[in-house]
Design a protein around this ligand. Structure first.
Ligand code: APR
Length: 304
């Protein structure tokens, strides 16, 4: 499989995937020597961590030919007060050229988009590749959900592993944490935590990316890299996991012709099913508002 962009998120995803030991990884970046150097480092971690060295760094696409999955993390990250949406024009150009190059040698691959603004970049990838929605989708929901799950685990003192949640909608401040589907060891979170504490966690989740940008001056990579690797697992190992991913909606959730975060069944064919949760009236309204926010960003795309 291929990871394009050997920066913070791409290298973290590549390392996570290499450690699983089921796929060869090609790491591509335009920066000379960067993917080669990181690949070498990862291969030298292999004897310690116990995987076979199989990471190749490259500035071109020849080595990527025949990939089953191409994860796209190329782009510029969000810095300072920049919103994800400010990134749209620069990253549209980058994602468009990366997808054009990557699909030539891997015409049957699955594209997993990570570059922001995520929902809009998925549209770019779908338009440029011309591939069906089953094979072009994005990583955001697992990350947003992981943040929400971490906050709930801290609040309740439970293991993060026992917190189940779903964060849907666009990958922006209007994302929709589905509180009605959130449980701790099977107990609805509303029975364990007061409404105002839940609301505070929902707010912190919505601003979760920005909180890290404020601390680090650039956007997150450990959780995004791990989330991308979880999607690769589900596809490569045909796991049929139901995970929140950014999928092209064709009437589902009352939304048409737009990429949004929804639960999907991920397996060897990519998106094998879009799962329609029953949402409360307030959650449906929040999905509609989130869709409007995504449409605003998509309308900024030059190709739109
Ligand atoms: N082709 C290949 N690589 C490219 C291209 C291109 N056309 N343009 C930029 N890159 C590379 C950069 O050289 C850099 O190494 O993409 C990498 C991006 O890495 P970082 O700057 O470390 O950014 P990162 O934190 O990894 O975020 C990447 O993922 O989560 C999103 O918002 C984030 O859009 C951003 C992306």
């Amino acid at each position: 499989m291929t990871v394009v962009g050997a920066g913070n998120v791409g290298a973290t995803a590549a390392q996570e995937i290499a450690r699983r030991d089921y796929a060869n990884v090609v790491l591509v970046d335009i920066k000379e020597n960067l993917p080669q150097g990181k690949a070498l480092d990862m291969n030298q971690a292999a004897p310690v961590l116990g995987y076979e060295p199989a990471v190749v760094g490259s500035n071109g696409y020849e080595e990527t030919e025949g990939s089953d999955i191409v994860v796209v993390t190329a782009g510029v990250p969000r810095t300072g007060d920049m919103s994800r949406d400010d990134l749209v024009t620069t990253n549209e150009r980058i994602v468009s050229s990366v997808v054009q190059e990557a699909v030539q040698g891997s015409p049957d691959a699955i594209l997993v988009i990570v570059s922001n603004p995520l929902d809009a970049m998925c549209h770019v990838a779908k338009d440029v590749s011309g591939w069906p929605r089953e094979r072009v989708f994005g990583m955001a929901g697992i990350l947003d959900t992981a943040r929400f799950r971490a906050f709930i685990a801290w609040e309740t003192g439970a293991s993060a592993k026992d917190v189940s949640a779903m964060v849907l909608g666009g990958h922006g401040d209007q994302m929709v944490p589905v509180v009605s589907a959130t449980t701790v060891g099977g107990v609805p979170v509303r029975e364990l935590v007061s409404d105002d504490r839940i609301e505070a966690m929902v707010e912190r989740t919505r601003k979760g990316g920005g909180e890290i940008v404020k601390l680090l001056g650039t956007s997150a990579w450990y959780a995004p890299g791990a989330a991308a690797a979880q999607m690769v697992d589900a596809i490569m190992l045909d796991q049929k996991r139901v995970l929140p991913c950014t999928a092209y909606l064709d009437g589902e959730y009352g939304i048409d012709g737009l990429y949004m975060g929804v639960p999907v069944k991920l397996g060897a064919a990519g998106i094998e099913e879009i799962v329609e949760l029953e949402l409360s009236e307030a959650e449906q309204e929040a999905m509609r508002a989130s869709a409007e926010a995504v449409r605003d960003v998509v309308s900024v795309l030059s190709g739109s």
